[in-house]
Design a protein around this ligand. Structure first.
Ligand code: BMA
Length: 322
């Protein structure tokens, strides 16, 4: 059970907000959606798993980001293995970042290739037409999102190479690029902890980094393996504003985890998996996949999130149990 006294993110009482029954064609599930505000509407780029088990991305739009979703009747982005062989088993888990300098939205998503999952990139200016760049990092790699700005003339990408093995844990990495295509300067950004921790052995970025005056807020998922299966929960970190390779703070405790029936039971039990959040005034709307089955919403005060992360242990200290 997560700490019930501290509730930074409050669930929308009518969760889940979108289920497979809302999809206008036959599908198995709808979950893990990227989110962005565009033309006074909130857009969700939702992962839909079809009845073969292969995923594509479908758009839902709403004025208030809560209800009255208008859902497209055909996918925005779908696997095109003829042109992009790495998409043979589907495309999943999009994160959207607006790149002011290019006046384009960048979508980083997981392509499921014969060699395992990898990071792919696409652009759009209007959420009508999309331009796929293709794979930007080889397998195994996923949970990637771009920062919206450059750091000293380089773009920065957070991602999670390597699925954990008995010999190595899956940590969150950061890499840099001059052109969004060629990536280097790879290094570990946030380490998975070890042993009994909620974020032991396998972690990954959830939505894209969120800027506050003190730095970039990172919301990440930690996967705890238990005899009953894995539990996906969420924690926070803070990165330096100008040098995002520097981790300033990290929460010891998870701040959100599966609790309600729609998070605890589904195609994959005990999963909360956000790929997008939106800030409007002081409200942060977090869109998360629930149990790999539906999409749910939770909201937080940005000021409370800020206070919470600023009171978390400095990164050095929080390694003490790791
Ligand atoms: C992760 C990703 C997510 C999924 C989660 C739980 O590895 O594949 O798409 O929601 O596992 O199954």
């Amino acid at each position: 059970m997560s700490n019930s006294k501290l509730e930074l993110f409050k669930r929308y009482p009518k969760n889940p907000i979108i289920t497979v029954n809302d999809i206008p064609y036959s599908a198995n599930s709808v979950f893990n959606a990227g989110a962005i505000k565009f033309n006074d509407q909130i857009i969700l780029l939702m992962r839909v798993e079809d009845m073969r088990g292969i995923s594509h991305l479908l758009i839902a739009r709403s004025k208030n980001g809560v209800d009255e979703w208008i859902i497209d009747n055909k996918p925005a982005l779908f696997p095109e293995p003829d042109k992009f062989p790495e998409e043979i088993w589907g495309i999943e888990d999009p994160r959207i970042t607006y790149l002011e300098e290019l006046k384009k939205f960048a979508i980083t998503y997981t392509a499921y290739s014969h060699g395992g999952p990898l990071v792919s990139l696409a652009f759009t200016e209007d959420f009508e037409k999309f331009f796929k760049v293709g794979a930007i990092l080889p397998p195994e790699d996923k949970d990637a999102a771009l920062f919206p700005v450059k750091f000293g003339n380089r773009w920065a990408l957070i991602h999670r190479p390597i699925i954990s093995t008995p010999y190595s844990a899956a940590h969150i990495w950061i890499s840099y690029s001059p052109d969004l295509l060629h990536w280097g300067e790879h290094r570990i950004l946030i380490r998975a902890r070890e042993g009994a921790w909620w974020d032991a052995n396998k972690i990954g970025l959830s939505p894209p980094p969120l800027l506050i005056p003190e730095g970039w807020i990172i919301l990440y998922h930690g996967v705890k393996r238990t005899a009953g299966g894995a539990i996906y929960r969420l924690g926070l970190a803070l990165l330096d504003k100008d040098e995002p390779t520097k981790v300033l703070r990290r929460s010891d405790e998870w701040i959100f985890g599966p609790r309600e029936f729609y998070e605890r039971e589904g195609d994959v039990d005990d999963v909360v998996f956000p790929c997008g959040w939106i800030v409007e005034g002081d409200e942060v709307k977090l869109y998360y996949g629930a149990a790999d089955t539906s999409i749910a919403l939770a909201t937080a005060s940005l000021e409370e999130l800020r206070k919470y992360i600023l009171n978390c242990p400095a990164a050095e200290e929080s390694k003490r149990w790791g």
